[in-house]
Design a protein around this ligand. Structure first.
Ligand code: GTP
Ligand code: SPV
Ligand code: MN
Length: 647
């Protein structure tokens, strides 16, 4: 460095220090790139790769200003104030540092139909389906079409706006299992949310200084093509929303939505879609799974990972308050697990996230008291209802608010219990809250080497036919169980109604590559270890002939975990059935249950139901996976069919 540039650099740091006390944090007044002023952070200090990525997208998006995020509290407060002035968020004075955002009603969930994986060959991304059959295991786009879609939407899309440069790490910055991303976005809401959901800021830029690579994440809430009518409070462009992934370049491009998985690109786009492609290359697993630690009354602790589709109970299980005496649950993660076998053949998992983006409705002191203790500080709520005493409200919180407060629904309209016809909170409304605030966060939740996994659970919303719990016969059968998962649609994506959808491994919306190849990858894990986790299937959602849930769920699910742990200890508490090992009669501890459970209905295996189930799976595999279905899975299904047929 020359004397002059050292002097200049020192000067700009001094100015930066001065300006910190003014409106923007960490301002470098003489900091420009391509004639655009950098209002926070120092462009020159970025690594050459990061600089090139930013410069390229300045040319494309043409922002008015650049803000390089350092992740400090000062910066966070500045952005929260800015959004409050603009009307994007309102404070919730009942709590400490909590905020409410109300979105455009057209931007409230992930948009699976507009989510694409871009590869040269279609067959890399989705299994080849027969003529006339619409593939449902992801959407493919060619790189050429992707480039055109990007150009059409992003050219000049940040005119008059600030481009935030958001450096983030999925996983603790120090963990060898972690991966880094840079998200460029024009949404301050996304920046403050990414600060909760990931490790965001200067430490990540420091890590990149050695020239290492990162996942490229470009995001804009968009500017509608038809004129320039921008909703003041929540800009978005629902008509042209698109979420694109190019695994070959570790690249994500998302346009038109500010909501959840569409815009917090570390989550589903990176940690699952791009993550699963990296995991395939590197020999590990990126999964839509919670991770919990469970200690039994004898003091023996195990870790369990569980894959349930969106809005099917991961957050609730991960934070469960066990009703069975002597059990302790600790939470490692509630949505995503990155797992790999260590040199001793032990599967180890990290939670790549730093916060919870959890479903609000249904969360209460009776269903999930731990979440209720987590979310009333430093939390951004989106699309919940608000109360006249400065708090929040959603379906399930009826007993937890002062009956005299007035309620305003998620659209900003007055709402009265028992009178209003629509829900107060959007069914996919969420809290975005720091994981470290969770009172039962596991002491090892940030362990760089991850936690050892003893069991993997699959599950979904199955109103009929599927028992409370069963165990896979072995790993191959377990992979079939994951592949055959089905669940009732929820509000987490744009699907309408309660239709039962196939959702293999709870990953249908999140596969980064061909599901057939994904199955091969899962099967190949058998070669990596002599100590594979045991696999189970659970269903908290079976309904009786009266249409009501047969199982009380939530904390009572500890009774199922107790049986699972006893199975891991090889206790003789299971009986073989055609679908796997079910609890022996009375093997599930029902002591102290408030209401008697109809065990016969809860565990029954109707033959006609299971024949139909097997046919449905067979049809699904034939139509959707075709020749990409591994022979082993085909054989496993054949054997299941034979066992069910002989029932
Ligand atoms: P995503 O964040 O979308 O991936 O969802 P998730 O899998 O974390 O689901 P979550 O735990 O947020 O639960 C979604 C909904 O299911 C909430 O409304 C819960 O109240 C409800 N739920 C969770 N566990 C149970 C249970 O054991 N029984 C019943 N009946 N409902 C449950
Ligand atoms: C899910 O839909 O599985 C979620 C919420 O966890 S989102 O971040 O929007 O994907
Ligand atoms: Mn999820």
């Amino acid at each position: 460095m020359t004397g002059i540039s050292r002097l200049l650099r020192r000067f700009s740091t001094e100015v930066g220090r001065f300006a910190k006390q003014a409106s923007h944090p960490n301002v470098g007044l003489f900091n420009h790139v391509k004639g655009i002023s950098v209002v926070s952070g120092d462009f020159k200090n970025l690594s050459p790769k990061v600089r090139a990525y930013v410069e390229e997208n300045i040319d494309l998006c043409q922002p008015e200003k650049i803000h390089i995020c350092d992740g400090t509290e000062n910066e966070n407060n500045h952005l929260l104030n800015l959004m409050q002035q603009q009307g994007t968020i309102v404070p919730l004075p009942k709590y400490q540092n909590c905020w409410l955002a109300r979105t455009n009603p057209a931007d409230t969930a992930r948009v699976e139909s507009k989510t694409f994986i871009c590869t040269e060959k279609r067959a890399e991304t989705i299994p080849t389906t027969k003529e006339g059959i619409k593939g449902t295991l992801g959407n493919w786009m060619s790189p050429r079409d992707m480039d055109a879609a990007v150009k059409e939407r992003f050219t000049g899309c940040m005119k008059g706006r600030t481009m935030y440069v958001v450096p983030f790490s999925m996983g603790p910055v120090s963990s060898p299992l972690s991966k880094i991303g840079i998200q460029l976005t024009d949404s301050a809401y996304v920046v403050v949310s990414m600060r909760v959901m990931t490790r965001m800021g200067q430490a990540v830029l420091d890590k990149l200084a050695d020239g290492s690579d990162f996942v490229r994440c470009l995001h804009s809430v968009g500017t509608p093509a038809n004129g320039f009518i921008e909703m003041k409070s929540w800009p978005c462009d629902p008509e042209r929303t698109i979420i694109l992934h190019k695994p070959q370049n570790n690249e994500i491009v998302s346009y038109g939505s500010g909501y959840g998985g569409n815009s917090l690109l570390g989550k589903k786009c990176f940690a699952l879609r791009i993550g699963s492609t990296i995991a395939k290359r590197e020999g590990w697993l990126a999964e839509h799974m919670l991770i919990l630690g469970i200690t039994n009354p004898e003091g023996k602790k195990r870790y369990i990972a569980a894959a349930f589709p969106s809005a099917c109970g991961k957050t609730n299980l991960a934070m469960m308050t066990p009703t069975l005496p002597g059990y302790k649950i600790e939470c490692v993660g509630d949505d995503i697990a990155w797992m790999r076998f260590d040199k001793d053949g032990q599967l180890r998992a990290i939670n790549p996230e730093n916060g919870f983006f959890g479903v609000a409705p249904g969360t209460s002191n009776s269903s999930n008291p731990i979440a209720m203790k987590t979310i009333f500080q430093n939390t951004i709520f989106t699309n919940v209802a608000s109360t006249s005493d400065g708090g929040v409200f959603w379906e399930g919180m009826e007993d937890e608010i002062d009956p005299n407060v007035r309620i305003t629904d998620w659209r900003g309209k007055p709402w009265t219990k028992g009178e209003s016809k629509t829900p107060a909170a959007h069914p996919n409304s969420r809290f975005c809250t720091p994981a470290k605030q969770c009172p039962i966060i596991d002491p090892n939740w940030e362990a760089p080497e991850g936690v050892p996994i003893s069991a993997i659970l699959f599950g979904g919303r199955r109103p009929a036919g599927v028992p409370l719990v069963y165990q896979a016969r072995d790993w191959k059968h377990g992979v079939l169980i994951g592949a055959a998962m089905r669940s009732e649609a929820t509000a987490a994506a744009e699907h309408k109604g309660k239709v039962i959808m196939h959702d293999p491994f709870a990953m249908r919306p999140f596969f980064g590559y061909n599901f057939g190849h994904y199955l091969e990858h899962w099967l190949s894990m058998e070669q990596r270890s002599a100590n594979l986790p045991k696999i189970f299937h659970v269903n908290w959602f079976r309904k009786g002939s009266d249409g009501k849930f047969l199982w009380p769920g939530f904390g009572e699910n500890s009774r199922v975990l107790d049986w699972i742990l006893r199975r891991l200890d090889n206790e003789d508490c299971a009986k073989e059935t055609p679908i796997g090992y079910l609890p022996k009669p009375s093997a599930i501890n029902m002591q102290g249950l408030k209401d008697k459970v109809n065990e016969e209905e809860l565990f029954s295996l109707p033959k006609d139901f299971w024949m139909e189930e097997v046919y449905a799976i067979e049809k699904y595999f034939n139509e959707q996976v075709g020749s990409d279905l591994p022979e082993t899975i085909e054989q496993e299904l054949k054997q299941l069919k034979k066992r069910v047929n002989d029932m």
